[in-house]
Design a protein around this ligand. Sequence first.
Ligand code: ADP
Length: 384
Amino acid sequence: MNYFSSNFKLGILGGGQLGKMLLYTTRKFDIQTVVLDPNKDAPSRLACNVFVQGDLMDFNTVFNFGKKVDVLTIEIENVNVEALEALEKEGVKVYPQSKMLKTIQNKALQKLFYINNHLPTAAFSRFAFASEIKKAIALGNLTFPFVWKSAQFGYDGNGVKIVRTENDLKDLPEGECITEELVPFKKELAVIVARSVSGEIKTYPVVEMEFHPEANQVEYVICPARISAEIAKKAELIALKTANAFNHIGLLAVELFQTQNDDIIINEVAPRPHNSGHQTIEASYTSQFEQHLRAILNLPLGDTNNKTNGVMVNLVGAEGFNGNVVYNNIEEILKMSGVTPHIYGKKQTRPYRKMGHVTIVNNDLAEARKIAEAVKNTIKVVST
Ligand code: ADP
């Protein structure tokens, strides 16, 4: 099929920052795009060819949107999967496939998938209602500490809570959930895998994530991870195995824990471009966004090697500021070497909202990490 400067239309469900960055590539390749998002001011609105405002969870909205495109992809997992199933039956190419999305949308089903496919993951229990957790504790089937996770619609750590005492159980939302063994990990790692329609598969170098202690959001992504070649190999193999087990098409971000014994276990996956791959825009031969596009259009996959080291800092709204966003000291960080800010285009800031990110490239990884910290301490996302 001819995608370039043609009438081919790529549909994208979701118009957030991931969509916006995916559109850098469709613009570069002159591929036509249509974006669906509930927010008329969504970051993607300016870079797509056609923007449609609508509810991503509504069957008819997603179905009617999908009927008008040749290939449909996502930049957010929470979309109406029944509509995707119906579109696949009508012959629309949906990548990632509806079956895969259905599995990962529910954390209990996702964990069962790992178990059934002999993929390593932390032990877990499944509960239809959070109140059943107390019964399991009383019966001695569950012991503190553990991690509570909402089965559905968790995002950026808000559906996750470490439960250490009875007291932590108080404010848990009622509803389907899982409890997971608390992993005292050494490091959190991630591997992005790209798998194309024809089954061509490639991994990006393993990255290491440093989390903000309170917000439970990624603070720095470091590429390559500061781990041994042996651990890196282990992580890459698990990521490849996971993508193949799902028969996944597109990009798959595999989030991993490196345990105290140097085992690698899967935390969760995201079937799309991911926060842990933003540094690929500046640091890799092929950005994760271009790679996703190549994979779903069955084009040859690009080189996943790093041109140089990359560190990424998330720009999140500072505490105590709500309202029209201002990026204080952005000029200061622009003076620093190898520093590129990405501003997502969200007009309103609020504490911990992801407003942008900054990539730092440097041939010396330790130096890149140092500059990243300086960036973090300099630029502030506040309001007028
Ligand atoms: P989300 O889907 O919101 O990103 P995750 O499942 O990735 O949620 O969990 C968010 C963070 O919580 C993880 O990155 C990790 O720091 C911590 N976490 C999650 N599961 C566990 C676990 N079993 N043991 C220890 N920490 C965990």
